[in-house]
Design a protein around this ligand. Sequence first.
Ligand code: HEC
Ligand code: HEC
Length: 173
Amino acid sequence: MKTLTTITMVSLLSCSVLLLADDDESKGPGVVPVNNPLYAEECSACHFAYQPGLMPARSWQKIMANLEDHFGENAELEAEEHKALTDYLVKNAADFSKHKRSVKIMRSLSRDKTPVRITEIPYIVRKHDELSAKMVKDNPLSYCDKCHTSADTGSYSERYINIPGYGSWDDDD
Ligand code: HEC
Ligand code: HEC
């Protein structure tokens, strides 16, 4: 009986080690999924609704302060919605999240930097430096959900990547 317990424990242990190695998001999504219907509606007209946990609060404040000139587009909102969405983004920003990607994003960013693009955050830049120029030209990095098929659930695991025109990401090389 004792041996059996030991065997069970050893196999359980090696099993979880394998799972961890295979899936870096085995404990849940890397960022908290969007859970605010107003945000999901208002901020998904031109690109998918980025999770608040992908940028620090100061970045969201900077973006929300300049919606009339938003990357060349006018994304202005009514005052009431503007306030509700700013509050949502700030409260759920990467600085206040313990989720894996949010923590890594904050760790990679120096305090004196306030990027207005997720794609300029050092952790995100580093994670994409193996993609070819052509892949990124055909599928600009700002459109996360084009390649990350589970992006809307907050999961950016390598298991759920399919680059349009190129296929799934081979992480064996
Ligand atoms: C009218 C269209 C439009 C709406 C509505 C809109 N955006 Fe954007 N957004 C853009 C464009 C265009 C870009 C730049 C994408 C590119 O470089 O190809 C962008 C980029 C961004 C980026 C940077 C992405 C990156 O490259 O890392 C963030 C963050 C962002 N938007 C947040 C928001 C938020 C928050 C809202 C809602 C308040 C919003 N957007 C609504 C058009 C829009
Ligand atoms: C052109 C396709 C493409 C787009 C668009 C893209 N990614 Fe990625 N992303 C990848 C690939 C491929 C990898 C794996 C890279 C590697 O393993 O070297 C990756 C890796 C990542 C990782 C790390 C995953 C891991 O397990 O280490 C994160 C986090 C991530 N991307 C977030 C984003 C976010 C956020 C956006 C949008 C702002 C985005 N990506 C846009 C292709 C893309």
